[in-house]
Design a protein around this ligand. Structure first.
Ligand SMILES: [Zn+2]
Ligand SMILES: [Zn+2]
Length: 249
């Protein structure tokens, strides 16, 4: 309902470049031109974390990930236009833009997608109250509709963590340590706890974490750790954007 009203009130123009959107494109917030400017993340990359491979040696970004965390992929690099779209989703009160971001993620190559469960990375209570919605949950729902996979609210944040933006990779790890736990009951899926538990344990049915942005992967790795502790066989992750890792050295 709120989204229908929003659609009537907002002019049908692209959120990023203000070009008029065609009538048929009016459920979208970003025009084709802007969407095509988003720069896809492409190989060569580390087969596991999807980061461009270092010029020498092994990838260090994913070396300490829990064993169950098999793969992370992102749709586009977080350049200006993509960053603005993520901002609209997170801070602009425009959850509807999740459909545009999900459209960019549909083509991501995720093994075992056919039997996968989408799990949004949860927000802490304080941030959820302030924002009114979890942007990752909106993204997971939009993606779930496209992929026709169920969305399961399997994770809860045990505490509000500090914003990661200004932290070094090491500080990010410490900041999210133990920040998640798994809840089996009351996760929004109408199947028995037993069936859900066995689905989680089945290595062939992947738990696919969904988040808006991949920066160092610390948050996703911590979420994967909580799932692994709960017996998850395979954890994968998809994000819309991938930030170029800042050089802290
Ligand atoms: Zn545009
Ligand atoms: Zn890697």
């Amino acid at each position: 309902m709120r989204e229908a009203v929003e659609q009537l009130l907002l002019p049908a123009e692209c959120l990023l470049c203000r070009a008029l959107l065609s009538f048929f494109g009016s459920t979208r917030l970003v025009c084709d031109v802007c969407r095509h400017r988003w720069r896809p993340v492409r190989p060569p990359w580390c087969g596991r974390c999807g980061q461009p491979e270092p010029s020498f040696g092994r990838c260090r970004l994913c070396a300490a990930w829990p064993a169950a965390f098999g793969l992370a992929r992102s749709a586009v690099w977080l350049d200006a236009g993509a960053r603005e779209a993520v901002h609209a989703l997170k801070y602009g009160g425009l959850p509807r833009i999740a459909a545009d971001l999900a459209a960019a993620m549909v083509g991501l190559d995720v093994p075992g997608l056919d039997s996968g469960l989408l799990v949004p990375v949860p927000l802490g209570q304080a941030r959820l109250r302030a924002r009114g919605y979890n942007q990752s949950e909106r993204l997971a729902r939009a993606l779930g509709r496209r992929w026709q996979r169920p969305v399961v609210d399997l994770l809860v944040r045990t505490r509000d963590t500090a914003a990661q933006t200004a932290l070094t990779p090491e500080a990010r790890l410490a900041n999210v340590a133990g920040a998640f736990r798994v809840r089996i009951g009351d996760c929004g899926l109408r199947i028995s706890s037993e069936r859900l538990e066995s689905a989680i344990r089945n290595p062939k049915s992947a738990i696919i974490l969904v988040d808006d942005v991949f920066t160092t992967g610390a948050t996703l790795a911590e979420a994967a750790r909580a799932l692994e502790r709960a017996g998850a066989g395979t954890v994968l992750a998809v994000t819309f954007g991938r930030a170029v890792v800042p050089d802290f050295t």
